[in-house]
Design a binder for this molecule. Structure first.
Ligand SMILES: Cc1cc2nc3c(=O)[nH]c(=O)nc-3n(C[C@H](O)[C@H](O)[C@H](O)COP(=O)(O)OP(=O)(O)OC[C@H]3O[C@@H](n4cnc5c(N)ncnc54)[C@H](O)[C@@H]3O)c2cc1C
Length: 454
């Protein structure tokens, strides 16, 4: 096997690879595969990454359109773990800036601060009253219960009451998840939704609160180059990263991966970051009971519209949520407020996100027109604004859906694969709601696991 097209600076085209000890192959050069390889390499363990695209980065790639830098939808870095922050800082050096979030919710023609449940100030008084009274009632009536026994709809009602549920939590989450909320479990919550105390709720009702809530109160982002600056920094220090190398087949019995070119590569450990629903296509080796389980995996997809705007100050916000059904997108973000999106420094940019799924299909011929109209209806664009660059990313795997089958089905599939030396990792390989920080940390753990097993 000869290296043909490598993007890591340590790569040498034409050099015969010489793997020591166990043979480790990683499928996918997204952040997950890159972090795993980086941590393995740091331990002195060689591995090869096969990435099917021209460049590494996966969902964390960026692109240039008419001189604008666009991401594959908004990708902001949030850190809960000191190690991940230090690592990203060391990789990006000066090309990383910290920001205090300016996030908003647009409802009934006006903007209020995010999170809705802690910022009722400024909303129509009838809504404020309903949210406040129902919150108190919910707190009084609900006995403490384990969130793992509730479905997501019940959890919202018991935690926030009917008012906050009706005006934000239910419509927003229905729009985002695209399925009935009673069909979701709460396994994914993990602090994603901030829950204020009654004291904090009242504080945010009588005045505009400056309190920072939730895991995303602060974020980090490269000053320039888009989010791809991060995977690029990982890739630059990797020795054996092969782009344009698609894995077509995995032979679990013989422990071989077969590339599109026909080359066959043996492995002792295979780390797969390929989306889990695609595994039956890659390997014929599943018994029928396991193969059947794949049909139960569900997910939503994200349609992302990026636009470059011909003025410097289109919105001073970082991002805003749109819970109302009548608006096509659920979120719009404004990268010019946290990075250099255009060399002139005189333009703005935005990303709009629309969720869809098998349960809630999207008319892709009409969606861009709808988005553009809604950008005007919500006052984000005015009638004089000119879109001078636009870009579309249809992201097939958005968020795994945590329904009643999720834990059992995922558990059985992953343990079957693991018993066959295939470690499924990353957001779509491990089939979990994971952030960039999560996949970077998981890469470290996977390297430790492999290292501990020799
Ligand atoms: C719409 C959206 C917005 C997001 N926003 C944020 C955010 O703001 N902040 C945040 O922290 N996280 C965000 N995330 C999550 C973040 O994108 C992921 O956690 C992270 O990118 C996952 O990396 P990964 O390597 O697991 O998967 P991927 O990035 O999907 O990488 C998988 C790689 O495998 C390659 N591949 C697949 N099949 C093969 C094959 N057969 N052979 C070879 N290569 C193959 C693919 O080309 C790809 O490069 C967002 C996700 C989405 C969908």
């Amino acid at each position: 096997m000869y290296c043909v097209c490598l993007t890591g600076s340590g790569a040498r085209a034409g050099k015969k690879l010489n793997m020591s000890r166990k043979k480790i192959i990683i499928i996918g050069g997204g952040l997950s595969g890159l972090s795993t390889a980086w941590h393995l390499q740091k331990k002195g363990i060689e591995c090869r990454i096969f990435e099917k695209e021209r460049e590494a980065g996966g969902l964390c790639r960026s692109k240039q359109v008419n001189d604008f830098t666009f991401d594959y939808d908004g990708h902001l870095l949030h850190f809960r773990h000191e190690y991940a922050l230090r690592l990203v800082k060391s990789l990006l050096g000066n090309n990383l800036a910290e920001h205090k979030r300016s996030a908003w919710i647009y409802c009934r023609g006006r903007y209020s601060r995010y999170p809705f449940q802690a910022n009722l100030y400024g909303l129509p008084s009838s809504i404020v009253k309903e949210c406040l009274f129902e919150f108190i009632k919910a707190r009084r009536n609900s006995c403490p219960s384990d969130k793992n026994t509730l479905n997501f709809s019940e959890w919202i009602l018991r935690t926030f009451g009917r008012g906050i549920a009706r005006h934000f939590m239910v419509p927003y989450n229905k729009k985002f998840w695209t399925v009935p909320l009673r069909s979701l479990t709460c396994e994914w919550l993990d602090g994603f939704i901030p829950v204020p105390s009654l004291h904090q709720l009242i504080e945010g009702t009588v005045e505009e609160s400056r309190r920072l809530y939730g895991y995303n109160a602060r974020f980090w982002y490269p000053r320039e180059g888009g989010i791809q600056a991060l995977p690029r920094a990982f890739a630059n220090s990797l020795k054996y990263l092969y782009t344009r190398h698609e894995v077509k087949n995995i032979d679990m019995r013989k422990k071989l991966v077969i590339l599109r070119t026909g080359e066959r590569e043996p492995f002792d450990y295979l780390v797969s970051t390929v989306p889990l629903p695609e595994m039956p296509r890659l390997t014929g080796g599943f018994p029928s009971d396991i193969r059947r389980l794949f049909k139960k995996l569900r997910w939503n997809s994200i349609f992302n519209f990026n636009a470059g705007i011909d003025r410097p100050d289109a919105s001073g916000r970082h991002w805003a949520y749109f819970p109302e059904k009548r608006i096509s997108f659920f979120r719009v973000g404004f990268p010019h407020n946290f990075s250099a999106v255009h060399p002139s420094g005189m333009k703005s940019s935005l990303y709009a996100e629309v969720a869809y799924s098998r349960e809630k299909p999207l008319d892709k011929r009409r969606v861009v027109t709808l988005i553009k109209n809604d950008l005007k209806r919500t006052g984000i664009l005015d009638r004089y604004d000119r879109i001078c660059a636009q870009d579309i990313n249809d992201i097939p795997y958005g968020y795994p859906i945590y329904d009643a089958h999720y834990a059992r089905v995922r558990g059985r599939i992953l343990s079957y694969l693991e018993n066959n030396a295939v470690l499924c990792r990353g957001r779509y390989g491990a089939w979990r709601y994971m952030s960039m920080e999560d996949v970077v940390l998981e890469g470290k753990q996977t390297a430790e696991l492999i290292s501990a097993n020799g």
